[in-house]
Design a protein around this ligand. Structure first.
Ligand code: ADP
Ligand code: MG
Length: 330
């Protein structure tokens, strides 16, 4: 009897050891091209790590199909197609959420952040093969269409319309942040406590590094993609940068980049080259990085404080200024 018991105990221990070994955590990573950008995901997980990354990739693509204005059947394309015809377009809960936040930041940033800027973004088309500076007349004509107040959201009925014909929205400045939050939520549901996500330069540090130390996130220099302005040590934070150095063209010594000031109709012109926002909510940090880039540091302070975010402002001399509690190790 004793022998049987001892054998059972040994067997139980052996099975437990095999299970523990086969479920030992390791690092899983995935590289994905979606949302018009390179995405890399790295998570620490047991043997289901590959499945979790597949879930993340599916979620990214699912949200891209809702949010992309270049996909005909997306919620955003449908809203754009019905601009000005009075139709309330039924959309997903996620689209309502990202539009509601985008409209809120429009109000809070005094119109600097405005997703109805899309027709101007198209006019400038800075990433075209032969981009050009539009005439001031063209710019002023289209600028008359830009108005975040014209996004009419019926959240009870999950439907949206744009007030005027010709208006369009694009989520270029907020979708990646929203999707980052969705991935973080998914990873937490799967009990992942260590992950680093990078969506086109927007980074989310989930938990800590596998050894328990803080994640170290480099902030790129606008002058040289191989150089860093410095490194942030973070945990459970999104680090999101807007800058003039990736999507732009040069003409007569002027840099025409992809962040348009809705008040002027031109790419925002101040001494800033990049703004990095650090916060716990990716969607908010994404909207704010764009808004603060246009507003400049002084006008950004109340906005950053309202949303509990910190920021790094980098000017054309590569001087950095900080709002909030930021430690950028040089
Ligand atoms: P990135 O997409 O490079 O990370 P941003 O988050 O700052 O950078 O988003 C820039 C994109 O947002 C532009 O390519 C354009 O589609 C859109 N955009 C440009 N100006 C504005 C603005 N004032 N408000 C909202 N969206 C904007
Ligand atoms: Mg942004």
């Amino acid at each position: 009897m004793k022998k049987t018991l001892a054998a059972a105990v040994i067997l139980t221990i052996a099975v437990a050891a095999v299970c523990a070994f086969s479920n030992r955590e390791r690092t899983y990573s995935a590289d994905i091209f979606a949302l018009d950008t390179y995405i890399s995901l790295q998570i620490r997980a047991g043997k289901n790590g590959g499945d979790i990354l597949d879930e993340c990739e599916n979620r990214i693509k699912e949200l891209e199909r809702l949010f992309s204005h270049t996909i005909d059947e997306s919620d955003i394309s449908k809203i754009n197609r019905h601009a000005g015809d009075g139709t309330f377009v039924p959309v997903s809960r996620e689209t309502i959420e990202v539009l509601t936040l985008s409209k809120e930041i429009y109000t809070e940033s005094d119109g600097a952040f405005d997703i109805t800027v899309a027709p101007l973004v198209n006019l400038w088309n800075v990433t075209a093969e032969n981009p050009r500076v539009p005439s001031d007349g063209e710019i002023q004509n289209i600028k008359a269409l830009i108005c975040g107040d014209d996004i009419i959201i019926d959240s009870a009925a999950n439907s949206v319309r744009l007030r005027k014909s010709g208006q369009q929205i694009s989520l270029g400045a907020s979708a990646k942040g929203y999707i980052t939050d969705e991935l973080i939520r998914l990873l937490k549901e799967r009990r992942i406590t260590s992950a680093i996500l990078n969506l086109g330069g927007n980074t989310a540090a989930v938990g800590t590094k596998p050894d328990g130390s803080l994640w170290r996130v480099g902030v790129q220099s606008p002058d040289d993609s191989a150089e860093l302005l410095g490194v942030l040590s973070v945990s459970d934070k999104c680090v999101i940068t807007s800058g003039d150095y990736e999507r732009y063209f040069m003409q007569n010594g002027t840099r025409y980049h992809h962040i348009i000031d809705p008040k002027t109709g031109y790419p925002s012109q101040n001494s800033l080259r990049s703004v990095t926002v650090i916060g716990t909510n990716g969607a908010v940090a994404d909207c704010l990085s764009t808004a603060c880039f246009i507003l400049g540091k002084d006008k950004s302070v109340p906005l950053l404080e309202k949303y509990g975010c910190c920021a790094i402002f980098c000017d054309s001399d590569m001087n950095t200024e900080y709002v909030g509690d930021v430690v950028l190790e040089k």
